[in-house]
Design a protein around this ligand. Structure first.
Ligand code: T5A
Ligand code: NA
Length: 204
C-alpha cells in the first residue's frame, strides 16, 4: 500500500489559499490521485466552534488558551489524518501549525512556547507558501471582517512565517493569476506524491 502526501498551504489572510486548495484537490481527483481538502481551524468540531466564535469576535479568550485550542483542533484530527494518508489519500490542508505559531507569536508570545504544543504532529511533505504584499492582500475579498485581518498585524505574521521556513517550503508568488498559480501547483504536487508514496510518514 502506498501512502498519500501531506500538502500544506500557508500564507497571510486572503493570499488565495482556499482558492488554490479547492482547485488542486479537483485536479488530483480528476487525474488518478485520491485527494481531500482539509482546513485548520476545522470549525465543525466542538473545539472548532469555540475557535470560530473567537475569530468572528463573538467571544474573548486568553491568548494562550486560544493558541492551545487551535493546536488541540489539529490534534483531535490526527488519528483520521493518519488513517487517510496511510490508506493512500493525499491531504491538501489549508493552514496548519505554522499558522498557529505565526499568529500567536505575532501577538508577542514566545516563539518556542508557541511551537511546543504542535511538536510531533505529522510532518508535511510540502508547504506551499502563498506570498503576497499585505497591501495587496488587504484589497481582496472581504479582508477586514475577521479578528486578525488588520494590515499591521498581518505584516508581523508575515515576518514570523519567514522564520518558520525550511527546505520543505516552496514560495509561490501569490500575485500571479489564479490559473497560473494552479498550473504550477499541479506540476509540483504530482512529483511530491510520486516521490513520497513509499516513504514512511514523519512526525516532528
Ligand atoms: N489561525 C489559524 C490562527 O490564529 N492559529 C491557527 O493555528 C490557525 C490554523 C482563520 C484565522 O485563523 C488564524 C489565521 C486566520 O486569521 P482561515 O479560516 O484560514 O483562518 O481564514 P479565511 O478567512 O477562511 O481565509 P483567508 O482569509 O486566509 O483567505 P485565503 O484562503 O488565503 O484566500 P481565498 O482563497 O479565500 O481568496 C481571497 C479572495 O481573493 C481572491 C478570491 O477570489 C477571494 O475573493 N483571489 C485572488 N484574486 C486575484 N488573484 C489571485 N491569484 C487570487 N486568489 C484568490
Ligand atoms: Na481561507
Amino acid at each position: 500500500m502506498t501512502r498519500g502526501s501531506l500538502i500544506v498551504f500557508e500564507g497571510c489572510d486572503k493570499s488565495g489559499k482556499s482558492t488554490q486548495c479547492k482547485k488542486l484537490v479537483e485536479y488530483l481527483n480528476n487525474h488518478g490521485n485520491q485527494a481531500e481538502q482539509w482546513r485548520f481551524p476545522e470549525r465543525s468540531t466542538e473545539i472548532g466552534k469555540v475557535i470560530n466564535d473567537y475569530i468572528e469576535k463573538k467571544c474573548e479568550l486568553h491568548d494562550r488558551a486560544v493558541h492551545l485550542l487551535f493546536s488541540a483542533n489539529r490534534w483531535e484530527l490526527v488519528p483520521l489524518m493518519k488513517e487517510k494518508l496511510e490508506s493512500g489519500v493525499t491531504l491538501v490542508v489549508d493552514r496548519y501549525a505554522f499558522s498557529g505559531v505565526a499568529f500567536t507569536s505575532a501577538k508577542g508570545l514566545d516563539f518556542e512556547w508557541c511551537k511546543s504544543c504542535d511538536r510531533e504532529l505529522p510532518t508535511p511533505d510540502k508547504v506551499f507558501y502563498l506570498d503576497i504584499p499585505i497591501d495587496e492582500a488587504s484589497t481582496r475579498g472581504d479582508f477586514g471582517g475577521e479578528r486578525y485581518e488588520v494590515s499591521s498585524f498581518q505584516k508581523t505574521v508575515q515576518e514570523k512565517f519567514q522564520q518558520l521556513q525550511d527546505d520543505s517550503w516552496e514560495i509561490i508568488d501569490a500575485r500571479n493569476t489564479i490559473e497560473n498559480i494552479h498550473k504550477l501547483l499541479c506540476e509540483s504536487t504530482l512529483k511530491i506524491i510520486e516521490n513520497n508514496k513509499e516513504n514512511p510518514l514523519k512526525m516532528t
